[in-house]
Design a protein around this ligand. Sequence first.
Ligand code: SF4
Length: 370
Amino acid sequence: MDRSARTGPEEGTEVLADLLLAWYRPEKRDVPWRHARDAYAIWVGEVMAQQTRMDTVRSYHARFLERFPTASALADADLDEVLKVWEGMGYYGRARNLHAAAREVCRSYGGRLPPDRARLEGLPGIGRYTAGAVASLAFGLEEPAVDGNARRVLSRLFDMANPSPALLHEAVLGLMGSRPGCAAHLNQALMDLGAGICTPRSPRCGSCPAAGRCLALARGTVARRPAPRRRGPLPHQTVGVGVVWREGRVLIARRPPSGLLGGLWEFPGGKLENGESPADAVRRELREEVGIEVRVGDLIDRVNHAYSHFRVTLHFYEATYVSGRARARAATAVRWVEPRRLVDFAFPTASLPIVRRLQARPSSEPGSPT
Ligand code: SF4
């Protein structure tokens, strides 16, 4: 076969669609929310899976649906509770958006997700990919859902270096148009092929059902498709954090509702300013942002964590309350809580080792803080 004679997604789509579908049926991944056409379960699962490994998502998805089985149940819940169920999975904006969108679904659509891409994309946090996934998987609509895996597969199949979302959609629509009624399976076949065979660095072309129709393989460009995105090193921040004790309780503060880690609770602290040590930063932040004087003690731990746009090293220090009245300034609330009660609050992943350590430590000073 002269593969190089083919030039783009418009040619040979029936053959390619059939190869993908024939491979997908026996080889598909076990993705729990894709077993049934429950639009709500699909929506939650697809949002979770965008930035989290599938192995992790499975248990979170089951727990989330057990606690919030419908959009109405999610809409009725407090955001604090939603964040608590989400705790440890990161990218908390996803949880806040799910909660806001569930309320919108109840307000505008009677508690059911609308079977329409445009209206789905009008909901908080639902972008092109999620709308396509819900529309095709739940409602059988011919709508592309191109995640990172599918993008890589399509870039290689059609030898596209840096395809735009519109071009990728056109390629998928071509496949869907050649085999009507198979939109959900075609979307999932592309995603699953990218997850298991057409991987970023070591694609297993020898096991690929589409190898005979892959332009990048024929042209020797697989390693350059899609063209790598150039990213410089992530900036790094150093932060001092105080675990401030007062009469057997520790101080926690809630972050503002929007932005990074919005709505989560944390131990107060902040970035180092010029020439400061982490302990200095703890003292200053507690004075300026919380309004209390503290005595900084031993280092508890250093925790490294990477976010999408920066890395951070958090230096957690023991600290003892000295004077003043804790108040919320940058935070939206502050509380003194017994260590055993920390489990009731949602914390960022980077703080969880400290939370667990404090819960395991018996509190020696009963008290009644203000
Ligand atoms: S032949 Fe190789 S590069 Fe092409 S789609 Fe299959 S696994 Fe990917």
